[in-house]
Structures are given as structure tokens and as C-alpha cells.
Design a binder for this molecule. Structure first.
Ligand code: PGA
Length: 230
């Protein structure tokens, strides 16, 4: 399974160093088993020491460097050996990242063979109108779905940060709709926690999870990894 932690706008350099060390110890004693662990800290908190998990970037600007105030480019990611990026998270789409810009970022990442976790997901309105499958397939078709270093994360917006995941039948149906258009691994994200992770990762075609809230405290995230391995 692929277990990802999206720390969002949480953790300082000091607190993430502690997080990274605890996770390193846990993984080094082989307790994560075959699960692949990917952590997305805030970019101000990237860990400079060696890590036994994959460290990824929550966001980046499609440039090596240059006059882009407030942005993080390839040169900054290279300094931390980061080659895994999130693109298209609904919280980034909400503040203005449109399909065209996401495409530009995707192309920049694919030219470098970075691993891309591309997020898609419908709103509650789309869900209530029964249009979820069409909607997320269209979102996914914005990028080259045959890219060999691609992971898709299905994250229904109405579930993110609410404490309530989408129901299992819906996650299964959406995973299936995506499987019809790509062979990229598909993750689920949206209020994953230690109570629902076992059911979610048992869904046919679901290759793992993208966890927000339940990953912010290292002890809780380790508990989640422990639950997933059972
Ligand atoms: P959540 O966040 O687990 O807090 O719902 C998931 C995400 O936004 O990736």
C-alpha cells in the first residue's frame, strides 16, 4: 500500500524534525512492512537529514528559479532531494490553480520524471446530482494518464477535513471509473482515520490513502500505519 501524509499548513522546522526522526526509527525497525510511506511537510520544514520515507512537496511553481515571489522552484526542491510532488489538491484549486496551470505543472514534473500524485475530486453538488464519475474522469483527463510515474488521488471535497469519509460503495465506484481510463495506482483521501482505513484499503483497486488530519501527529500516523499493516 501507499500511505501518504499531507501535513498541509502544520508543523514548523523543529516539530517536523521530531516527526521525521520518530518516523525514521519506526520504519528502520521494519515496522512499516511493505507499505510505502510518503510525507508532504510544509516546504519551510523540509527535513535535511537522511530519511527512510519519501519526502514530497505539497506544491511547487513550474520553474527552476527566478522572479516568482513567494514560490518554490526546482532548485529548492533539489536541495532536499525531493522528486515527489502533489498537484491539483482541492485546497490549491480553490485558491485559483486552474486546469491550464495544473497542466503546466504536470508537464514540468514529467520532464524531470518526478513522481506526481495528482488529486481530483468532486464537490457535494456534483455528488448529489449523480455526476461524480463523469466529473472526476474529466478532471483526470487534463493530464497524460499514461505517464509512468503517476498516482491519482481521489479526494471528494465534501469529505476532506470533515471526519467523515465518503462511503465505501462510492469510493469503490469512483475507483472503478478511474480504472476504466488509467492504469495508474489510485489512492483515496478524505477523512481517512484508524477506524476506516482497513475498509478503505480493502476496496478493490484502491492502492492506498492520502491522509490529512489523522497524519499530523506522528503517534497517530504511526498508529494508522500499524492498523493498515494488519
Ligand atoms: P483529511 O485531508 O484527511 O483531513 O480529510 C485529506 C487531504 O486533504 O488530503
Amino acid at each position: 500500500m501507499i500511505l501518504c501524509a499531507n501535513l498541509k499548513c502544520n508543523h514548523t522546522r523543529a516539530s517536523f524534525a521530531d516527526y521525521a526522526k520518530k518516523l525514521n526509527n519506526f520504519i528502520s525497525s521494519n515496522k512499516a512492512h511493505n507499505n510505502e510511506i510518503i510525507i508532504f511537510p510544509p516546504s519551510s520544514a523540509f527535513y535535511g537529514g537522511s530519511v527512510s520515507f519519501i519526502q514530497g512537496a505539497q506544491n511547487f511553481y513550474p520553474t527552476v528559479n527566478g522572479s516568482f515571489t513567494g514560490q518554490i522552484g526546482e532548485e529548492m526542491l533539489n536541495e532536499f532531494g525531493i522528486k515527489t510532488v502533489l498537484i491539483g489538491h482541492s485546497e490549491c484549486r480553490k485558491i485559483g490553480e486552474n486546469d491550464e496551470f495544473l497542466q503546466e505543472k504536470f508537464k514540468f514534473a514529467t520532464k524531470r520524471n518526478w513522481r506526481v500524485i495528482y488529486c481530483i475530486g468532486e464537490s457535494e453538488d456534483v455528488f448529489k446530482n449523480g455526476k461524480s464519475a463523469d466529473f472526476i474522469q474529466n478532471q483526470a483527463k487534463n493530464i497524460d494518464l499514461s505517464y509512468n510515474n503517476l498516482i491519482l488521488a481521489y479526494e471528494p471535497i465534501f469529505s476532506i477535513g470533515t471526519g467523515v469519509s465518503a462511503d465505501m460503495e462510492h469510493i469503490f465506484a469512483m475507483t472503478k471509473a478511474l480504472r476504466n481510463i488509467t492504469s495508474a495506482p489510485i489512492l483515496y483521501g478524505g477523512s481517512v482515520n484508524d477506524k476506516n482505513i482497513t475498509d478503505i484499503i480493502s476496496i478493490d483497486g484502491c492502492k492506498g490513502v492520502l491522509v490529512g488530519t489523522a497524519s499530523w501527529q506522528i503517534d497517530k500516523f504511526i498508529e494508522l500505519i500499524n492498523t493498515a499493516k494488519k
